[in-house]
Design a protein around this ligand. Structure first.
Ligand SMILES: O=P(O)(O)OC[C@H]1O[C@H](O[C@H]2O[C@H](CO)[C@@H](O)[C@H](O)[C@H]2O)[C@H](O)[C@@H](O)[C@@H]1O
Ligand SMILES: O=c1ccn([C@@H]2O[C@H](COP(=O)(O)OP(=O)(O)O)[C@@H](O)[C@H]2O)c(=O)[nH]1
Length: 488
């Protein structure tokens, strides 16, 4: 088993004392299995990105263990001190499913689904953010660095600053920050901006996200912003005057070496071969893997593929689409509806085009461990990332890192953060179904020399900017802020 094990390797009841580096995120990086009650590393981009950072630094991670009402003592897992925060059934419903995933998530993803605004959800968001801030305050050593993650915890930076003015606070926003015209809808727009501005460094995926944030700060709070530096008034308790907060892009990445290593393993390569055989060895395997989320453009992808089969431009004897749709936020109505829509579409396409020996779409509503993901990446001739809006999209980078054979074509939506970096991918606007169909056929027919040239350039880019560069660069800027604050 690799260092990135999916199963608990160490589990003890030792409570954390204090740590010099504290990560705070909605979820802890582990889930408890219903079968054997054991902790396992959970899937998801955030976990994949942060786990190596904490393992290397020996810090603490504050978060929700994923079970409503669970009161769990701090424990260690794979070299990380984990500090669980309790969320009741009601907190999960109002703070997580409600405000985080039915207000902020759709609003920040360009209102692909309409955001719902409920004062009761906001009250729960404030209450739960305070609880996370208190947990972080209790575990942070004197002068520690606290790194808050993502949109579920936008108030934690200012709440933590009130509790612990001695700590340096970073915040990283994993999802897009919307254009001002959309952000302005939020009834609590001033409070959220003030919450974020409690941080010394506020990181975003794209330059455009940092720009949208600075504009919202200027328009809503009237603070001076210049090239990513924001003058934030200090409270009287802080000694008055202003301090500087930095808002800047730090595109997140993946642990490239771990994917490279897995992709070279003979058992993983054998599994890739087995996957292709189990599909009837089609000439072309198309692959999509996403959380079952309306931001991922799964429906647009299926429409384009279904039309290509209907037009006779693709033949089910030659091509199979493998679509992994991993379960996500299953109690939120928009996600339930999406599942029904996607599964109806898949059923129709398969009903129309399957033959006894070949399937049009192999649809899998599961979540797979990393080894299987890499085998799937290796088995896929064309990777489809057609998100309508996505903070980064780590799947795109993982596909590239896994293609140690230099093969494969990446089709990438221009509405992902990854598109800013991965310029040698086949870029698509997923709303343009005709364009998407052309891109799919162009990818299938792409001459080998061009495929290899593009993949070489993509691999160079991903290798040169891996997750350790991301965390080093963010934490480096945070250390600079901490030094400046000490001398100001
Ligand atoms: O915790 P869940 O509600 O089950 O959702 C899983 C995570 O999804 C989101 O991922 C984002 O972060 C990725 C890494 O930076 C990025 O590549 C992707 O584009 C984003 O959508 C979410 O932001 C996390 O907080 C969730 O834990
Ligand atoms: O069955 C699955 C599906 C996805 N993932 C992982 O989940 C993450 C998805 O991250 P991404 O940034 O693409 O999107 P997010 O789900 O965070 O919005 C990637 O690391 C995938 O490898 C996984 O481990 N198993």
């Amino acid at each position: 088993m690799s260092a990135q094990s999916d199963h608990a390797t160490t589990h003890s009841d030792h409570a954390t004392t204090t740590a010099d580096l504290v990560v705070v995120s909605n979820r802890l990086p582990v889930d408890r299995s219903a079968e054997d009650d054991d902790w396992r590393r959970s899937p998801g981009g955030l976990v994949a990105a942060l786990e190596p950072v904490l393992q290397q630094s020996g810090g603490a991670w504050v978060g929700w263990p994923g079970q409503p009402g669970a009161e769990i003592e701090p424990f260690t897992f794979d070299g990380m001190a984990l500090v669980p925060v309790v969320l009741s059934e009601e907190d999960v419903e109002l703070y997580y499913e409600g405000f985080s995933n039915d207000t902020i998530w759709p609003l920040y993803h360009d209102v692909i689904s309409p955001p719902a605004y409920h004062r009761e959800w906001w009250d729960a968001y404030v209450r739960v953010n305070r609880r996370f801030a208190e947990a972080a305050a209790s575990v942070a050593a004197e002068g520690a660095t606290v790194w808050v993650q993502d949109y579920q915890l936008q108030l934690v930076p200012s709440l933590l600053r009130e509790l612990r003015p001695d700590v340096t606070i970073g915040y990283f926003h994993h999802i897009p920050f919307p254009a001002y015209g959309l952000y302005a809808q939020l009834p609590w727009r001033k409070q959220v901006l003030s919450g974020l501005l409690g941080a010394d460094v506020i990181g975003f995926q794209r330059v455009a996200d940092a720009g949208n944030f600075a504009r919202a700060v200027r328009r809503q709070l009237g603070y001076e912003t210049k090239a990513g530096s924001i003058k934030v008034p200090r409270t009287e308790a802080e000694g008055g005057g202003t301090r500087t907060a930095i808002a800047k892009a730090y595109p997140i990445s993946i642990d490239v070496a771990a994917y490279d290593e897995l992709a070279r393993r003979p058992d993983v390569q054998a599994r890739a071969k087995e996957i292709r055989e189990s599909l009837g060895n089609p000439k072309t395997v198309l692959f999509g893997v996403d959380r079952l989320d309306y931001t991922k453009g799964i429906g647009h992808r299926l429409k384009a593929y279904g039309e290509l089969l209907a037009d006779g431009r693709l033949d089910v004897e030659d091509v199979t689409l493998v679509q992994v749709a991993s379960p996500s936020r299953e109690r939120v109505a928009a996600y339930m509806q999406l599942r029904d829509e996607i599964e109806l579409t898949v059923g129709r396409i398969n009903g129309d085009y399957d033959t006894v020996g070949h399937t049009a779409i192999r649809y899998l509503h599961h979540s797979y461990p990393r080894e299987e993901m890499v085998a799937l990446y290796l088995a896929a001739d064309v990777m489809l990332v057609t998100a309508l809006r996505d903070g980064m999209n780590l799947v795109a980078k993982e596909y590239i890192a896994s293609r140690v054979d230099g093969g494969g074509v990446l089709i990438l939506s221009e509405f992902t953060g990854a598109a800013d970096e991965l310029t040698q991918a086949v870029r698509v606007n997923p709303h343009d179904i005709a364009g998407l169909k052309d891109a799919i056929t162009a990818a299938i027919e792409m001459p080998e020399a061009e495929r290899r040239r593009r993949m070489r350039a993509l691999r160079r880019r991903v290798r040169d900017h891996d997750v350790s560069d991301w965390s080093r660069s963010f934490l480096g800027d945070l250390a600079l802020r901490s030094g400046e604050a000490a001398t100001s």
